[in-house]
Design a protein around this ligand. Structure first.
Ligand code: FAD
Length: 300
């Protein structure tokens, strides 16, 4: 392990390495998009978006040109995954409830909230029935859902969109939020470059069932950085990975040849059951209630 406190490089030897550096936002190679539609991954992102959204209302209150007011009161969330669904729902609550009556010149309830995705459904990683339920609830809250709509460009005044039938159009909007893509920490690629392991399309490291790297039983990747059995990038998976990995790591004998085979098989079975159990649980409405993203939407 290497660190760089006070500009000094230090190296710390270790028997095992557990890497859990998480994931960040991906703009699919269009890095300039980030300037006009910040991601939703960090506290800084949250503060930036808050400033842009509330600032748009304040500017609309002072504006006199109807077209400018419309542009300021049009909010676009790009990406209808769990984060985008949550964001669109929160902006809808903000405009219809929290800010209602706050302004004199504008009616915050007249704001337009658009949730846009290139995919044909809301919540693509989750089951169709949950996607439909979330879409229905959002529509009831006044969110305009536009699916099969791919963003081709972004600037300060709005975005260019290509629809499924090939039509190009423009949406004028000052405040946009990006929740369309996720990229694992670049540490993942460093690991794979050095170990020969592979990464998936989002840069997540493909791990064995026990979360170790192929041919490197002493190196483990957990949480949003790892790719295993299409498990979603949620806290539940990350927490379980940490717990299981830690207990196995602590118990691992120094000599691998001494480890009883049944013990390893048992641990793997437990791991598989717990992860797969949760993977399936994500499909159940019951389990959605622990996910603050979707929970409120289901209690329509
Ligand atoms: C807006 C939002 C809402 C979410 N809501 C939910 C939810 O309701 N329910 C749910 O289950 N999940 C939710 N998630 C997902 C959940 O946050 C993640 O799945 C979980 O945090 C993953 O844990 P992790 O430990 O893998 O990564 P993280 O929690 O991202 O932790 C990674 C840590 O590593 C640090 N790090 C990164 N690179 C380095 C480096 N080079 N050196 C040292 N440290 C580094 C980072 O600073 C960070 O502290 C949400 C995510 C977002 C963005």
């Amino acid at each position: 392990m290497c660190g760089r406190p006070l500009e000094r490089i230090t190296e710390t030897g270790c028997d095992s390495l557990i890497v859990a550096a998480g994931a960040g936002q991906s703009h699919f190679g269009n890095e300039h998009f980030a300037e006009y539609a910040p991601g939703m991954k960090t506290n800084d992102d949250a503060l930036e978006l808050r400033g842009r959204i509330l600032g748009a209302f304040d500017q609309a209150e002072l504006a006199t040109d109807p077209a400018e007011i419309e542009k300021l009161l049009t909010f676009v969330v790009i990406g209808a995954g769990p984060t985008g669904v949550e964001m669109a729902g929160q902006i809808a609550e903000l405009t219809h409830k929290t800010l209602d009556g706050t302004y004199r010149e504008i009616d915050s309830r007249s704001a337009r909230i658009i949730l846009l995705d290139a995919a044909p459904k809301v919540l693509p990683p989750i089951s169709d029935s949950l996607g439909h339920a979330a879409a229905k609830r959002l529509s009831k809250m006044g969110v305009d859902i536009q699916l099969g709509a791919m963003v081709t460009d972004l600037d300060a005044d709005g975005l260019s969109v290509k629809d499924g039938d090939g039509t190009n159009r423009r949406i004028f909007s000052r405040a946009k939020a990006w929740s369309a893509g996720v990229a694992a920490s670049p540490l993942g690629r460093q690991l794979t470059d050095q170990s020969g392991a592979e990464v998936d399309h989002a840069g997540r490291v493909l791990v064995n069932k026990d979360l170790s790297l192929p041919d490197h039983p002493e190196v483990f990747v957990v949480g949003d950085m790892m790719s295993l059995d299409k498990l979603p990038g949620v806290a539940q998976v990350a927490i379980q990975g940490r717990t299981l990995r830690r207990s196995r790591h602590l118990r691992r004998p120094r000599s691998r040849s001494r480890r009883p085979r049944y013990a390893r098989a048992h641990r793997l079975r437990v791991l598989r059951q717990r992860f797969h159990g949760d993977g399936l649980a994500v499909q159940c409405r019951r389990a959605v209630h622990w996910t603050p993203w979707v929970g409120p939407l289901m209690q329509a």
